[in-house]
Design a protein around this ligand. Structure first.
Ligand code: BG6
Length: 533
């Protein structure tokens, strides 16, 4: 591995203030955020016995503690229905962090002080008394830990509980009126999915706005917390060489892939209500699409960036329902082989209907009707049980005129810029090159930048950055209400169409393959093919 020329990446610097916690400076933070420090606060996690809490949220909090980015006056409370003691919960979280933290092994000294900041509160989500008790308990923690009444409420429950919890928090005075209360704050992180279609998202949006100011709402899309996703803005707008060719004059088409090797595993019940379109496309892929296609924002303020992203979503051409099957493909995995092992089909997974019509794969072709992108197709594909885990954005540039290198042996290939979001995070550019020697055939070569070999660091997990930003009060990396609604508005007709007609060919791709044949045909009709990843 080549040694990094810098001891630390110079895109992010961290300084520590003993009393106040970490000062974290990053190019993608609200203006002025680099001068802010994280206020003392309590983070309350609803749904604390769920997978997300143990796999992602506690490992993230632990790593924030490890990196000195938690405020020194801090506590965290797990809220869930199951009865358990603080000690039991602490033990479970210690085990989870040991297993899932990006940094191993667990630092026992650090854990023993972090451990004392962890608590558990058991209550049903609809129990008034549970919230009264929570309020009293939080006030007690303010005294013990100096957390000054500041709260982050993290809703990591099933989506149907979001309104109930928000209503109870409001009724019990746990959400502060931003117009009146100035000396402390309360913020709510809402996990995805925010609604399950356009009308339910509008309903949820109206509901939350009755209880919270927009500035108190942090709609999470964890893709926005990924380093490589944030780097899209720096890459596009921090380098002068790309902006002038980032348009329909030079770009032939764009492919965005979110592939996963894993199947549904224990999440059958969830997935039966979601499907890949709701689970991955409506949120994560629409974020990747809008960051790739947006115009330069006027500043790095949360709203300036989000305004530009929304404009992209608003410019998405509505689907032509007459030619639906040419633009939209759905698939479901059947039995097959992944990583050399037998894999069961989706319909054989736990908690899945043996005749399920839920899609585990989709491919879409869409157009952004604005000056920059007019005529450039964006092909999106997302799927479970594909041959490998790979998320990437591939920009294929137009070919050179066939004047000089048109004979067979000298043919040139299109330049392709690939932004690898994960794994093997990096960016590569395919170029044509003359092979040394007198016969001079042309060969495509790759210029490749790899985060791991250049920076030599494991990038922080998305949830670390997002929890940190919420504590800081910076919404740049969270989805705004209109963003979410605009995305649902485009997606919902697809859901409706699928709902009207059950698929006759499911399962239509074996586990361990790149989806149904119809996805390849969609590109073949345009004279293109999916990139081999
Ligand atoms: C979640 C989806 O939002 O993202 C999961 O619900 C998916 O189905 C996961 O597996 C992928 O996240 P990541 O960070 O592993 O790409």
């Amino acid at each position: 591995m080549r040694e990094s020329p810098h001891p630390l990446p110079d895109i992010t610097t961290i300084t520590l203030d003993e009393n106040k916690g970490a000062v974290f400076q990053s190019p993608l933070q609200e203006e002025g955020a680099d001068n802010k420090v994280v206020d003392p606060c309590v983070v309350v996690i609803f749904g604390a016995t769920g997978d997300l809490t143990s796999r992602k949220l506690f490992p993230a909090l632990y790593n924030l503690a490890r990196d000195g980015q938690l405020p020194s006056h801090f506590a965290c409370v797990g809220f869930a229905r199951r009865e358990k003691t603080h000690e039991q919960f602490r033990g479970e979280m210690q085990k989870a962090v040991g297993e899932f933290s990006r940094v191993k092994p667990l630092d026992e000294n650090l854990w023993s002080s972090f451990n004392n900041q962890i608590y558990y509160h058991s209550s049903n989500f609809d129990d008034d008394k549970g919230y009264d008790d929570l309020r009293t308990f939080l006030e007690q923690l303010d005294k013990e830990h100096g957390t000054k009444g500041n709260r982050v409420f993290y809703l990591s429950t099933q989506p149907r509980y979001f309104p109930l919890i928000i209503e109870h928090l409001g009724k019990r005075g746990l959400i502060y009126d931003t117009g009146k209360v100035k000396d402390k704050w309360s913020r709510v992180i809402i996990e995805k999915p925010f609604g399950h279609d356009y009308s339910s998202a509008i309903e949820l949006q109206q509901f939350v706005l009755n209880h919270l100011a927009e500035s108190q709402i942090y709609r999470i899309d964890h893709y926005l917390g990924k380093e490589t996703v944030q780097n899209l803005l720096v890459f596009r707008f921090g380098n002068s060489i790309f902006e002038s060719i980032w348009n329909n004059h030079y770009i032939d088409h764009v492919q965005i892939t979110v592939g996963e090797e894993i199947g549904i595993g224990t999440r059958g019940a969830f997935f039966e209500e979601a499907g890949i379109l709701r689970d991955i496309v409506q949120n994560h892929m629409m974020q990747l699409l809008s960051l790739t296609a947006m115009e330069p924002p006027s500043s790095l303020s949360a709203d300036a960036i989000r305004d530009e992203k929304v404009k992209v979503l608003k410019a998405l051409r509505p689907l032509d329902m007459e030619r639906f099957s040419e633009q939209v493909v759905r698939g479901q995995y059947g039995p097959g082989y992944v990583d050399g092992e037998d894999a069961i089909g989706y319909r054989q997974e736990n908690n899945v209907d043996p005749h399920s019509s839920i899609e585990t794969f989709t491919a879409l072709k869409l157009y952004i009707d604005n000056w920059r992108w007019s005529g450039v197709p964006f092909y999106l594909r997302a799927g479970k049980r594909l041959p490998k885990r790979a998320t990437e954005i591939a920009i294929t540039f137009k070919g050179v005129p066939g004047v000089l290198f048109s004979q067979n042996e000298k043919k040139t290939e299109h330049n392709v810029l690939v932004i690898r979001i994960q794994p093997d995070e990096g960016i590569s550019l395919r170029m044509n090159c003359k092979v040394p020697g007198p016969s001079s055939p042309i060969q495509p070569v790759k210029m490749d930048f790899r985060y791991s070999s250049y920076f030599g660091l494991t990038p922080p997990e998305a949830y670390e950055r997002l929890i940190y930003d919420c504590m800081l009060g910076d919404g740049t990396l969270f989805a705004r209400g209109d963003e979410v609604l605009t995305s649902w508005k485009w997606i919902t007709p697809v859901l409706d169409r699928w709902h009207e007609s059950a698929p006759s060919d499911f399962p239509n791709y074996p586990s361990g393959t790149w989806g149904p044949q119809a996805a390849d045909e969609m590109l073949a009709r345009d004279g293109r093919e999916w990139r081999l990843i």
